[in-house]
Design a protein around this ligand. Sequence first.
Ligand SMILES: [Zn+2]
Length: 216
Amino acid sequence: MNVVWGGLGGGRIEVICGPMFSGKSEELIRRLRRAIIARQRVQVFKPVVDNRYADDEVVSHSDTRLSATQAATAAAILQATHPRTEVVGIDEAQFFDCGLVDVCEQLAARGARVVVAGLDLDWRGRPFAPIPDLLAVAESVTKSQAVCMVCGAAASFSQKISGTTDTVEIGSAERYEARCRRHFEPEESRQLELSRARAAVLRVPVREEDATTAQG
Ligand SMILES: [Zn+2]
């Protein structure tokens, strides 16, 4: 028998998590596109807070996109999901309230395949609610990795390189970098120190004899 999600007993929760720039939205879009090709009824949601690219679309950093409905709360996702919807996609799930776990379980219980993408860690490297609880109840967890912008190794952390100390901050390339464990520096004061140290190293020291030669 073909494995077709949706329908009685087919419900499940899949989570795609990882740092920024690890291709989570892209993977979400890829899975949802396959469901659309299979002629399944698909609905996609994203939080109201995510105005980064487009209001009515889920967009990856590499600019693949899929139309999406904005939801202010997790409960709003449940209300807006049609009873016959077979696949529910949720992007930027870390910006939803903790009711999201219950909503995903309810959707899965009524037979929907729920595919959720979100950051598992905040910029301080701490678990980012409600994703950790969602990982625990999910049938499938994909932890994607990005590339460390310092050394090129696989990266699991999102390094804040400017901006405020808010946990919830919409950012893209100019505010965050993917980092490996070795190069991830969660404390902001330490980050400033490091960037000053880097600037000092890059400055070429001017020696007096060089200056004299140049003038002569
Ligand atoms: Zn590194």
